[in-house]
Design a protein around this ligand. Structure first.
Ligand code: APR
Ligand code: PHB
Length: 392
């Protein structure tokens, strides 16, 4: 078995692993990324596209801000629509901050390109990744690549391998506590190359269910409708999707819409999940490996970025100052922000979706809360403060 040594072994080349890798590289800390898929596969996954300012700052710090600065859209507001009545939440006026619309795929591509350019090691199609000695001081990772068994010795392992990864599963079950909420619906999403008929995102609550009008650029839209969990994409022709979307978003927007063939269509279930703590011995979990939030509010990617920020600070303090204080605090610091986002995305999901088993009382309370939000600048400010992202 051939062996190599690095300082930090990063499992997973999603946004979390790649961002951590780039930050560490620029700080002179050596890291190797092990990813089970091909780069093309990683880039083919379509996810959210709203970045908080803190995430943008981190991308700048990682040296990948150039294309983002040139191509991303800055939004100073977001709309909420309830039964075709729309209310703009003026993020910039209310809270002095904006959000940045830039697809996760683009961000991932920028990070991959930067990593390639700086010559740092990434192993794609690393199979049978296994973690060893995580409760000691010299952990290692074994994997198979090109049919050959390999071993990577390291000081630390960053588990950035998403919700189905090997990292969280390597922690003894009794050392982790999990919290979960499964929502009784999914989101059917469509990507299409047509100009958006909206200037800012519209989160729609309608009697037919939730919808979201989003975008990737001035020529590409991303739209979603809430659908039953057991629906399949084959049941949703483009025509059926656009008809349903228009009914939910309302005639004012619908008449302005250009529709086009979908270039991607998928259904995702909605779930909140947190595993605590984020550390076991020399293994640190970050991003989807440790927590999942429903997409309402676009917090998933931003939480992955904030985890990475805290972990990066911890690792830097260890290597530069030889202190493990910040690493010891990583789980507590990251989880504090995680739970704020879990609460916010749960709240937004509950407020805006149609729940199949909702009783009449719950429906009236939800309607009252939406009324309150529409009428109260203070309530709008609370939404704005969370939507743009709480401080790191
Ligand atoms: N070995 C190596 N790599 C693995 C393994 C494994 N056993 N299991 C999973 N991976 C890889 C996946 O193929 C994927 O590329 O880990 C990567 C994890 O990436 P993401 O799932 O994108 O997770 P993360 O980087 O934390 O990004 C969070 O993704 O799901 C969205 O809403 C979420 O936008 C947020 C972002
Ligand atoms: C998206 O553009 O895909 C998107 C935007 C905002 C969300 C979720 C998804 O809250």
């Amino acid at each position: 078995m051939s062996g190599v040594r690095t300082q930090v072994a990063i499992i997973g080349a999603g946004p979390a692993g790649l961002l951590l890798g780039q930050l560490l590289h620029r700080a002179g800390v050596d890291a190797v990324i092990l990813e089970q898929r091909t780069p093309e596969y990683v880039l083919s996954r379509i996810r959210a596209g709203v970045l908080e300012q803190g995430t943008v700052n981190l991308l700048e710090q990682a040296g990948v801000g150039k294309r983002l600065r040139a191509e991303a859209l800055t939004h100073g507001g977001v709309e909420i629509a309830v039964n075709h009545r729309r209310r703009r939440i003026a993020l910039q006026d209310l809270i002095g901050k904006t959000v940045t619309v830039y697809g996760q795929t683009e961000m991932t591509r920028d990070l991959m390109d930067a990593r390639k350019e700086c010559g740092a090691t990434s192993v794609y199609e690393a199979e049978s990744v296994q973690l060893h000695g995580i409760d000691g001081t010299s952990p290692s990772v074994t994997y198979t690549h090109d049919g050959e068994q390999r071993r990577l010795e390291c000081d630390f392992i960053a588990g950035c391998d998403g919700c189905h990864g090997v990292s969280r599963r390597s922690i003894p079950q009794e050392k982790l506590t999990s919290y979960e909420r499964v929502y009784p619906f999914g989101w059917l999403g469509v990507l299409a190359d047509v100009p958006p008929a909206w200037d800012e995102l519209i989160y729609v609550s309608s009697e037919r269910g939730f919808a979201l009008a989003s975008m990737r650029s001035a020529t590409r839209v991303r739209c979603y409708v809430q659908c039953p969990l057991d629906d399949h994409v084959e049941q949703w022709s483009d025509e059926r999707f656009w008809d349903e979307f228009k009914l939910r978003v309302g005639p004012e927007v619908a008449v302005r819409m250009t529709i086009g063939p979908s270039i991607e269509k998928s259904i995702a279930p909605l779930r909140s999940f947190v595993a605590e703590p984020l550390r076991f011995g020399r293994l640190y979990l970050a991003g989807d490996a440790a927590h999942i939030v429903p997409p309402t509010g676009a917090k998933g990617l931003n939480l992955a970025a904030s985890d990475v920020f805290y972990l990066y600070e911890g690792l830097l303090e260890f290597y530069v100052e030889r202190s493990s204080r910040a690493l010891d605090e990583y789980s507590t610091r990251a989880l504090h922000r995680v739970w704020q986002a879990v609460r916010f995305s749960w709240w937004m999901t509950t407020l805006l979706h149609h729940f199949p088993n909702e009783d009449a009382f719950a429906a009236r309370v939800r309607a009252a809360e939406l009324d309150y939000l529409f009428g109260s600048p203070l309530a709008q400010r609370v939404l704005a403060e969370n939507y743009v992202g709480l401080p790191l």
